[in-house]
Design a protein around this ligand. Structure first.
Ligand code: CA
Ligand code: CA
Ligand code: CA
Length: 540
């Protein structure tokens, strides 16, 4: 504990020493909370300021060589991609060349990989390599873990359960749907929410909302010391949430961010040694802001950020979501648990609910780029509906046009409410939703990323850059390739693995993967498609 505290202090001191302050302003009239989505923040450093955002070199760069073994046969059609074999002989015709085939059988009619179509190597951007030396996460008590173990915990929760009468069964409802975490609403009666927890696998994050009013930084800290002392060691409490977007709001108010930073840092340092539970804030995705953004993301034991793609910046693609998560993980050098806030709400104008496939893509995009926890925004409560006038509907199984007995709560129409219910159902583990997948994949996600080289190819006609993002994990004898199409355009992909594939299974789908042979699998990705492959190496 003290070591962690000292380390945090040291890191804070180092950052303080180098941090420089600029003046930022917004040039858009967009509602405050979401303005970063349109990239409207503009940095205006004075001439003396030279600090720019320079992400820590946390991740090894994936090899993007198109012919890694230099035998003049491109990786995607090489029957031994990692062994030079110009002749390409393959006695048993299983697409693993003789020079590297661990098992030479009688000639078989292997599923042939079509080598006639030239594909584009996108490995450099597509293969995510963070966490090769361990995945920072927590156990159920919030203590930091690097290595997956029986007590490892992947928080999959929602924002803002309250003590409003309509939330009287919120936690049993969430738990039955496969969620395991909830962040309390501002000023909610924590004791009544804790009383709803009957299963010790469900955890509460307590919202201290240090800078109230969302967010007037000139106000003094309102950290609830009584609340903290009462529950600081409660096993049902996972973490303490100190604030929402303190930097974002400081920037928007054209005020120096120091007061909010110092207020939060002061509370953190004062209480850090009193509990094993971690402290954290959620900050907007603002890497353009530079060093201050890095400082805020490093403020606490966990980092967390959000990015809402289906607001006015919807293009549509999940690439910005990928960038938001990756930038967060880089900002903390992949050394802290990194939680992401997926969009699960609708609001004004074009701010609409993600569709179920988009939601699944959003969740996997976040995980592939380094998220080690998910806090969906948000549970459909009176707190949400009466909050700010921009967010209208969240998720719950019974989203209604109006929350009963909710003064000033905004209304949605029945069609919109149905979309909220549909989105909930797509997450509901009891309906084979995304939460069930996350629960099953938790040991995989929290196991180290493979440090072996592999390649990601896409159709030459695919959108430029890397439309398919991947992460290769190794757990319990199998490899797991998580892959997501971050665009709204269908794309074919080929993955060249570092081993001869003995068996390939598409998880969570009722289909066999016919096209795998030798080192490669090919598959089609519909818009925002997610494919999770369990790959068993061929026995030697
Ligand atoms: Ca080659
Ligand atoms: Ca070769
Ligand atoms: Ca062979």
């Amino acid at each position: 504990m003290s070591k962690r505290f000292q380390s945090a202090l040291l890191a804070g001191a180092c950052i303080l020493a180098i941090a420089l302050f600029g003046v930022w302003h917004s040039r858009a009239q967009a509602p405050e909370r979401f303005s970063q989505s349109a990239g409207v923040l503009e940095q205006r450093p004075s001439p003396a300021l030279t600090a720019t955002y320079t992400p820590a070199p946390a991740f090894p760069s994936p090899v993007a060589d198109d012919d890694v073994d230099a035998d003049s046969v491109a990786n995607d059609v090489d029957n031994c991609p990692f062994v030079a074999n110009v002749a390409q002989t393959d006695a048993d015709a299983d697409n693993a060349g003789d020079a590297c085939d661990p098992r030479v059988d009688a000639p078989v009619e292997a599923a042939r990989i079509d080598a006639s179509t030239k594909m584009v190597n996108t490995t450099a951007q597509a293969a995510q390599t963070c966490y090769q030396s361990g995945v920072p996460h927590t156990n159920g008590d919030g203590s930091i873990r690097i290595t997956y173990g029986p007590d490892s915990f992947f928080p999959n929760g929602v924002f803002w359960v309250s003590d409003h009468p309509t939330d009287a069964a919120a936690i049993p409802t969430l738990s039955a749907a496969g969620f395991n975490t909830a962040l309390t609403a501002r000023n909610a009666d924590v004791s009544s929410l804790l009383a709803q927890i009957t299963d010790d696998s469900f955890k509460l994050i307590i919202n201290e909302d240090l800078l109230p009013g969302n967010h007037f930084i000139s106000r003094p800290s309102t950290f609830d010391e009584t609340l903290f002392q009462r529950y600081k060691d409660d096993p049902r409490v996972l973490a303490w949430w100190l604030d929402d977007e303190p930097l974002h709001m400081a920037v928007k108010s054209l005020t120096a961010p120091e007061p909010s930073y110092d207020a939060i840092a002061g509370v953190y340092q004062e209480h850090r040694a009193q509990t094993e539970r971690p402290f954290f804030i959620t900050e907007a995705s603002l890497k353009e802001v530079g060093p201050w953004w890095q400082r805020f993301l490093n403020l606490g034991d966990i980092t967390s950020t959000y990015f809402y793609p289906k607001t006015f910046s919807w293009n549509p693609s999940w690439r910005k979501t990928a960038d938001a998560v990756r930038s967060m993980v880089e900002a903390v050098n992949a050394e802290k648990p990194a939680w992401f806030v997926p969009q699960a709400w609708m609001g004004i104008d074009t701010w609409v609910y993600p569709t179920p496939p988009e939601e699944r893509a959003q969740v996997y995009t976040a995980i592939i780029h380094g998220a080690t926890g998910l806090l969906h925004f948000a549970w459909d409560s009176c707190t949400l509906r009466a909050w700010d006038g921009y967010v209208y509907g969240g998720i719950r199984p019974d989203v209604q046009t109006a929350v009963p007995d909710c003064p000033n709560g905004t209304l949605i129409d029945e069609e919109e409410a149905a979309l909220g219910r549909e989105l909930w159902d797509s997450l509901d583990a009891s309906k084979d939703g995304i939460n069930k997948e996350i629960e099953q994949l938790t040991p995989v996600i929290l196991s180290p990323t493979s440090n072996q080289t592999y390649f990601v190819y896409v159709d030459a006609a695919a959108p430029p850059g890397a439309p398919v993002r991947t992460m290769l994990k190794y757990y319990n004898g199998d490899y797991y390739l998580l892959a997501v199409n971050v665009d709204s355009v269908a794309v074919g992909a080929k993955f060249v693995l570092p081993f001869v594939i003995g068996n390939a299974e598409v998880m969570f789908e009722e289909r066999a993967l016919a096209s795998f042979a030798g080192f490669a699998i090919t598959d089609e990705f519909s818009p925002f498609d997610v494919n999770v492959y369990r790959l068993t190496p061929a026995a030697g």
